[in-house]
Design a protein around this ligand. Structure first.
Ligand code: HEC
Length: 356
């Protein structure tokens, strides 16, 4: 009887305390002011590899974390979690136990800076049901196109949120270059002309009724600037959400964007296991980015176009950008979008406009 109890106690203590850290892992415990911090992200990042490389895991209910299978390099390891201030960065190499300390965020406002954009976006005031159908320029400014409150919400989602997270810091805060345009309505009129997607933004706003839409967006960012905070607080990851391991590589260039990428054939998802990943840069560049996740190297392949006269996206109408000034950063003659795997040639094919 005694022996049996002893074995049980030994098993429990192994499960509770022993954390095996192999030569390629970094692990340890995250502690806050009142003890272990559960459900927080532990982030290891390095600039030692050919591409910038980041791996993220989530701490368990006892604050324990394990970042597995790290390529040999020196890492900055740090913690981010809802309700906390970002921790200091600790330098560590794989094979090491690293215990990390974090402090609470100094204020509710500081904590909210880390909330997903959606929490800020939800502060946008949705016009009342009685404002629909819109009565146009001579009425409430909402376009007569918009017949119901649901259609208004659907338009904001599809005509704006589909390209960028409206609640992200870059959108909910008005950059100085536009703030000095005058009032917030004027600032918004300029903001929505910035960069080479200005026609898309103008189309969406026009469809909603431009003045009423800009007034609504300006009221939202005015309230954010005045210190209003999201109504809800996000919860930390729970249960299986704590099992994720996210690996990120920095590839392509700061001036291009990725619409999507492909790693395999959706009908045969074992094709190209551990092989290269190909990106789709839509209008932004003809250079298809390629990532080798085994060697952490990035390269590019030039997407051909048949007609030498094909116009570049540099010719798209554009306004001044807070980040790029008047430089047209997109230079694509192709529209590289949703590549598909062509199993017979074992290489991906892009759905460029001519092949659609
Ligand atoms: C086709 C994609 C696309 C759509 C659709 C779109 N945007 Fe944009 N938006 C962009 C891009 C790209 C930028 C970045 C411009 C730059 O600075 O280079 C941007 C920037 C912005 C900015 C930030 C400007 C700043 O202050 O730096 C705001 C605000 C904005 N968009 C609002 C909207 C709204 C509101 C809608 C819906 C009516 C919308 N956008 C629809 C692509 C889009």
């Amino acid at each position: 009887m005694k022996t049996a109890c002893f074995i049980l106690a030994a098993l429990l203590s192994t499960q509770a305390y022993a954390q095996k850290i192999s030569a390629s892992d970094i692990g340890g415990v995250v502690s806050g002011p009142t003890g272990p911090e559960a459900g927080v992200w532990v982030i290891a990042e390095t600039g030692d590899l050919p591409t910038k490389y980041t791996k993220v895991v989530v701490a368990d209910e006892k604050g324990r974390y394990l970042i597995p299978e790290l390529p040999r390099a020196n890492y900055s390891v740090w913690v981010r979690g809802y309700g906390l201030a970002d921790s200091a960065k600790t330098q560590a190499a794989p094979g090491k136990r690293v215990n990390l300390n974090v402090a609470m965020a100094p204020s509710g406002k500081a904590a909210a800076e880390l909330y997903p954009g959606m929490y800020w976006y939800s502060m946008l005031r949705i016009p009342a049901k009685s404002d629909f159908p819109g009565t146009g320029d001579k009425g409430n400014g909402i376009s007569e196109n918009i017949k119901s409150q649901e259609q208004w919400i659907d338009t904001v989602k599809n005509a704006c949120q589909s390209c960028h997270a409206l609640g992200s810091a870059g959108i909910r805060k008005v950059p100085e270059v536009f703030a000095k345009e005058g009032n917030s309505f004027q600032a918004w009129a300029k903001r929505t002309q910035s960069g080479q997607a200005m026609t898309n933004m103008a189309t969406g706003l026009g469809y909603m009724g431009i003045d009423a839409a800009l007034k609504n967006f300006a009221d939202w960012t005015d309230r954010v600037a005045a210190g209003e905070l999201p109504f809800a607080k996000p919860e930390r990851p729970k249960g299986v959400e704590r099992n994720v391991v996210i690996t990120m590589w920095d590839w392509s260039t700061p001036k291009a964007y990725l619409h999507d990428s492909i790693a395999t054939d959706k009908d045969q998802p074992t094709v190209n296991a551990n092989g290269k990943i190909y990106g789709a840069t839509e209008e932004s560049t003809d250079m298809v980015p390629v990532l080798d996740p085994k060697t952490h190297t990035a390269s590019q392949i030039k997407h051909p176009y048949r007609d030498a006269e094909t116009p570049s996206s540099t010719s798209l109408p554009k306004g001044t950008s807070a980040y790029w000034g008047d430089e047209p950063i997109w230079d694509g003659h192709t529209s590289i979008f949703v590549p598909r795997w062509c199993s017979r040639s074992s290489a991906p094919t892009a759905r460029s406009p001519r092949r659609r």
